[in-house]
Every structure is written in structure tokens, then in C-alpha cells.
Design a protein around this ligand. Structure first.
Ligand code: SF4
Length: 309
């Protein structure tokens, strides 16, 4: 049975038709800024490639992994786990202890130079902090990233340090780039949008190259514009209509949230266009100011959240 047929059967069992899958691929295609005609090619590539992925979790809250496995259409998270070969992930794998560590080392050796290393979580750099299976997290990170085709940091913590690196930062937590001195692809957010993680891998599979990055190593297709640039409350901002308090008439009527502490003008991300929860909504549409979670020094630089700066 061909890979496409297996995928088709698995998708069907989960109530996802080939048509829905192609629709999902259309969303990825649009996110990447590719022509709509590429959607079929993206779908074919996703059903055929199945690259090996090692997902490492360091100093984090597991929100990024939760976001990934609960992505978009019903059960599409499971489907993606069929499309990529997620060979190691402490969060969802059945193996534990020595068996899990063997899987990690075997996968990295067998797929040397070809697998994607996805990391969520910052790296503690002070001695005595952050151990997995008796090894410092930083040693594991060095070992595995040195064998990967590319390292993709998902979430604010892996990309820029995030909450673990907020003051007083007792563990000396740093971003993967800063802790290891390596080049990574950063997909920040708390959590980041899964579509941006998948689109980055699809870009590599379909186009054979990694996406263009900004000066903070974020894919330009997702982080090329600010939240403010594409916000649907922008007309209110330009017109001088601001919500003053949560629940007031301006807030309920969709006025700008700047005076409630919105950090949209200084935050680069595509939340207004890709949205969350099956594309239903996103924080500002739901009435919550942007908290700037995809920027460096989120948390320290962006707090207090509900105060205009
Ligand atoms: S709500 Fe935020 S992002 Fe939207 S227009 Fe106002 S300041 Fe800009």
C-alpha cells in the first residue's frame, strides 16, 4: 500500500477527507506566501516525505508541544504525526527511561545530517540546573543539534529565553542560539502558532531550502510584519478610538486596545491572518491586548501587560 493510501486511510478513520487535507495544505501554502496552485504539491510532498524529527524539551511548560498536538482541524495533530516521523518526544512517546534514551541516540545516529531537531524550552547554563537521564540539558542539546540538518526552536523560551530567563533567572537560562552559539530557526510565541512550525518544515521539503529569516532568525513569511500592521482594530487606532477599560462600550465595539497595554505595534507575528483554534479567532479579536510573546525579552520587556507604555 502506498504512503498516500495509508495516509488516506488514517485520515478517513479520523474523519478527515483528502479534500480537507488539501484544504489544510492550502492554509500552509498561503501562510508561506506560495501560489494557491501549489496546495496539491504541498499535499503530495507531505504524504511522501516523512522526515525524521527529534523533539527535545528543556526548561519549559510543555505548552508548545500541547499546541502542536492539538492543532487546527479535528485530529489533524495526529495526522501530522503520521506525515513527519516524530521519533523522539518525551511528552508523547510510549518509551521511558533507558529505552527512551536509546531511541534518542539511535535516531540521531541513523539519520545524521538529515533529521530536524525541534526544541522547546530554554537551556539552563548554571551547574546543577536542568538534568535529563543524568546528563545536563546543555550536553544533550550540543550532541543532538550537532547531528541535525536544522534546529528549529519553537516558542519564546527556546528562541529567546522566555519566562525561564526572566529576572532573577536563577538557572542562568538562555536561548538555544545564545547557550550553544549555533544558528537556529526561531519560531517564537507563547505558544507559537503550529501552522508556522509545520510551514517551516514543509518549506524545506517542498522547496528544498529553509525559509528566509529576519535578523532574529524568525521566518519572514510569518514574522515579516507587526501585529499592528495587520490588526483589524487598526482603523480605530488611526481614528483615535481607544477602549479605556475592559468591558466598556469601546472595548465591546472593537476599539483599539493600545491604552489597555497592547504590544501589537512592537510585536512581529502573523496571528491576525492565521489565527488560532481552527482559524476561529486570536487574542485581539477576542478582546485581549497583544502581550508581545514573540519578541526578545518577553517577559521582562513586555510587563506589566495591561499598562500602555
Ligand atoms: S489593538 Fe493593538 S495591534 Fe491592534 S491596532 Fe490597537 S495597538 Fe495596534
Amino acid at each position: 500500500m502506498s504512503r498516500d493510501e495509508i495516509l488516506g486511510q488514517n485520515a478517513e478513520k479520523r474523519g478527515i477527507s483528502r479534500r480537507d487535507f488539501v484544504k489544510y495544505c492550502g492554509l500552509i501554502t498561503a501562510t508561506l506566501g506560495l501560489p494557491v496552485t501549489m496546495a496539491e504539491k504541498v499535499a503530495d510532498a507531505m504524504t511522501a516525505a516523512r522526515p525524521s524529527v527529534i523533539w527535545l524539551a528543556f526548561s519549559e511548560c510543555t505548552g508548545c508541544a500541547e499546541s502542536f498536538i492539538r492543532t487546527t482541524y479535528p485530529s489533524i495533530g495526529d495526522l501530522i504525526l503520521d506525515v513527519i516521523s516524530l521519533d523522539y518526544s518525551e511528552t508523547i512517546m510510549a518509551a521511558a527511561g533507558h529505552q527512551a534514551e536509546e531511541v534518542l541516540m539511535d535516531t540521531a545516529e541513523k539519520n545524521k545530517g538529515k533529521f530536524f531537531c525541534i526544541i522547546d524550552g530554554a537551556l539552563p547554563t548554571k551547574e546543577g540546573y536542568g538534568m535529563i537521564a543524568g546528563r545536563p540539558m546543555i550536553d544533550i542539546a550540543k550532541d543532538i543539534t550537532s547531528k541535525a540538518a536544522a534546529t528549529i526552536c519553537v516558542g519564546a523560551c527556546a528562541s529567546f529565553g522566555g519566562l525561564p530567563a526572566a529576572k532573577p533567572n536563577p538557572s542562568g537560562a538562555k536561548s538555544i542560539q545564545d547557550a550553544l552559539g549555533i544558528k537556529t530557526i526561531n519560531i517564537p510565541g507563547c505558544p507559537p502558532n503550529t501552522i508556522n512550525m509545520v510551514a517551516t518544515i514543509v518549506h524545506a521539503i517542498v522547496l528544498g531550502s529553509l525559509p528566509a529569516l529576519d535578523n532574529l532568525s524568525r521566518p519572514l513569511f510569518a514574522y515579516g510584519q507587526t501585529i499592528h500592521d495587520r490588526c483589524q482594530r487598526r482603523a480605530s487606532y488611526e481614528g483615535g478610538y481607544f477602549a479605556k477599560e475592559f468591558g466598556d462600550a469601546g472595548h465591546l465595539n472593537g476599539y483599539c486596545l493600545y491604552e489597555l497595554g497592547c504590544k501589537g505595534p512592537e510585536t512581529y507575528n502573523n496571528c491576525p491572518t492565521v489565527k488560532f483554534n481552527q482559524g476561529i479567532s486570536w487574542p485581539i479579536e477576542a478582546g485581549h491586548p497583544c502581550i508581545g510573546c514573540s519578541e526578545p525579552e518577553f517577559w521582562d520587556k513586555m510587563t506589566p501587560f495591561y499598562v500602555a507604555k
